[in-house]
Every structure is written in C-alpha cells, then in structure tokens.
Design a protein around this ligand. Structure first.
Ligand code: KG4
Ligand code: ZN
Length: 355
C-alpha cells in the first residue's frame, strides 16, 4: 500500500510518502524565515504560503521518487489540531486528490502522528507512555495501541516549546528560539537553584510553564544583561552570562518534563516503551536525559531522528498507512479540527479495503 501524506497545520508545508519497500520520504518547505520577521506565526500568511507551495512540493516528490499518481492507494492529511485556515488548505487539496484518483482519504491526528514517528526508529511496544512536546502542545499519553491514546497530562497554559520561544525572545535570540537556547545551554553551566521547576507542588501530571517565563522576565529585568545582536547569532560572540542563563532554563524545563513523566509512569507501571516526540524532542538534553530515565526504568526508549521531530509529511503518510491497513478511512466530509479541540477517532470502514 502506497500512502501520500500532506501536512499544513502550522508553518511547515510538507508532503511525505510511505511505501512498503522504501519506508518514508518527504519534502518540507519551512515558512520560518517569513514568520520570523513578526516574531511568531501569522495565520493568514501561513495559509497563503501553504496554498502557494503545496502542489509544487507534491509534484516534485512524486517525480523524484518515480511515482505515478495512479499508484497511490491512500491519501492522508493532517486533520488537526492546528491553525484552521492552514489545515483547510491541505485538507481541500487532499480531498480533491482523493476524489480525482478515486482512492480513500484518512484525516490524521497531528499529535498521534508525531508520536508514531518514533516507529521510524523501531516498533513501539505497547502499552507505552508518550510525551509529545512541541510549540503548541505538551501532552502525556497512555498509549494502549496506535489508535488508543488516553491523555494523562497536559499543559494548562504555555507549551514547552512556547516557553522556550518566549524566553528566547526575552533574550533577543532568533525565532523560534528553542534551538538557540539548546545550543547556548551546551556552552554554559546551569544553576539548578536559579529557577523553581514550575507546577510541581501538586500530585498531577499536568504542566504549567507560564510562571517560568515570568521568572525569567523578572531575572532579565533585574540584571543588566548584555544585549545580543539578533541578526548576527554567533555562539562565540554570546556572553557567558547568557549561556549560563540558557543552561539554567533548559535544565529547569527538562527536569520538569522528567518529573511529570515519572509520575505518569508511577500511575502506569505496565508501560513497555517511552516515546518522546514533537519539536522539543530535538533538544539535546531532552534526548539524553529521557534516554537515561527510560534505561533506568527498564523501558524501551524511542525518539524520532532530529529531522522527524518537527512537523513533517512523512509522519502523516506513515500514520495514514497504519490506519488504512486496519481497513479504516475517513468520510469525505470530515472537518478540520482547530487547536484546543480533541480530534475524534471517527473513522469509517474503508469502502476500498481488501485484505
Ligand atoms: O513540532 P513542532 O515543529 O511544531 C508544532 O507542532 O508546534 O515544534 C516546534 C517547537 C518550537 O517551539 C521550537 O522552538 C521547538 O519546537 N524546538 C526546540 C528545539 N528545536 C525545536 N526546543 C528546544 N530545543 C530544540 N533543539
Ligand atoms: Zn507539530
């Protein structure tokens, strides 16, 4: 079964393909430089850019991979959660393609797809614990199988990636700042007492990162920190005090993620795998510390390769293929799901499915 995957939920336009012999391939067009000027994603610009890029990316991928459109068995597309206008571009394109080719369509849950991208490394052994850490979400899931995800913890305000990005902005680092804090943290020394790990004084698995952002804002306001030239980011040119600050922020966020994951594991001791996915899973300390944590608890540890932590069409193609392989598909009138709303598992029996 050959599945094409389309991703347009935020600021990356991406098309991926899954084939039995070849696995996944994808192409990504990042809109980051366009949105960086505004210091965040501008939804209308994102939708317009998806519309401009999507067909060219798709045509380029099928040409480079020597695929005839008539060979596609399934079209998968991100259904949500994401920016509504941006999602609608991908969904309208995918529905048209599915109708034209007379193949089934699968509307994919973006968050589930991030976690299933762990399978590009090795199979997930269920039940599993999944930590999804991205720019828009910080969710802990109890995963019974690839379609049965139960939410056990979530952020009450900012997502971990959002906290990284807002703190980076306070320090005048380039956008999106998570990557830059990660790089600078690697050159600094963390002070574990500088910031309180946020929202641990409870017994739940939820997160709240907005207090950390405020604490860093107070710290910046109370210290005469050197001003970084945003346009000329060079590690060697950044003063040590900023590198140390980044190391402390990074440590605080990672330790908080670890502590809540530890609680989720206490509540679900039968877990066999620990999956960490989403943009923040690219963070060096996240990868290192969670590997150690999983190993210490006898869990299989899976994290996607750096290329597949951020938004990508490959994870959509892969998840679409998994759902289609179960004989399921989406009705052609399925709707986009905006941020903050749960994506329903309302699949129908795939009318085209043959064992
Ligand atoms: O999954 P993603 O590409 O998009 C969403 O679905 O949100 O995640 C983007 C987020 C941004 O907040 C970005 O700063 C963060 O992932 N990020 C990182 C790193 N690389 C990307 N955060 C910390 N360390 C990194 N190395
Ligand atoms: Zn994402």
């Amino acid at each position: 079964m050959i599945c094409l995957g389309i991703e347009t939920s935020c600021d990356e336009t991406s098309v991926g393909i899954w084939r039995p012999e070849h696995g996944v391939r994808d192409v990504v067009h990042s809109q980051v430089p366009m949105h960086a000027v505004f210091g965040g994603v501008v939804p209308e610009l994102a939708s317009r850019e998806h519309l401009r890029q999507l067909d060219g990316l798709m045509q380029g991928l099928v040409r480079d991979e020597n695929i005839d459109l008539g060979d596609l068995d399934v079209i998968a597309v991100t259904r949500g959660p994401g920016l509504l206008g941006a999602l609608l571009v991908g969904i309208a394109y995918a529905k048209s393609l599915a109708m034209a080719l007379d193949v089934p369509i699968v509307g994919v849950n973006h968050l589930q797809a991030h976690l299933l991208a762990c399978e590009f490394e090795a199979p997930i052994e269920y039940p599993a614990l999944g930590l999804l850490v991205s720019g828009g979400h910080t969710h802990l899931y109890w995963m019974r199988d690839e379609l049965d995800f139960q939410l056990v913890g979530r952020t009450l305000d900012d997502a971990a990636g959002e906290a990284f990005d807002k703190i980076a902005k306070l320090l005048n680092l380039p956008y999106p700042g998570g990557k830059y804090i990660d790089i600078l943290a690697g050159h600094g020394t963390a002070d574990p007492r500088l910031f309180t790990r946020p929202y641990l004084n409870n017994s739940n698995c939820d997160f709240s990162f907005s207090g950390l952002k405020t604490a860093v804002a107070h710290y910046v306001a109370g210290h005469d920190l050197p001003r970084i030239d945003y346009a000329q980011f060079q590690v060697d040119m950044i003063p040590m005090v900023i590198k140390d600050l980044c190391a402390s922020v990074n440590l605080t966020i990672v330790q908080t993620l670890l502590e809540k994951t530890r609680r989720a594991l206490d509540a679900h001791p039968g877990a066999r795998t620990l999956c960490v996915a989403g943009g923040v899973a690219a963070n060096s300390m996240v990868r290192r510390e969670f590997f150690d944590f999983a190993t210490a608890h006898g869990l299989k540890f899976l994290v996607p390769g750096q290329n597949y932590c951020g938004d990508n069409g490959a994870m959509i193609a892969y998840t679409g293929q998994r759902i289609a392989a179960r004989g399921l598909a989406s009705a052609l009138d399925f709707e986009a799901i905006p941020r903050g709303k749960p994506v329903p598992n309302d699949y129908i029996v795939n009318p085209f499915f043959k064992e």
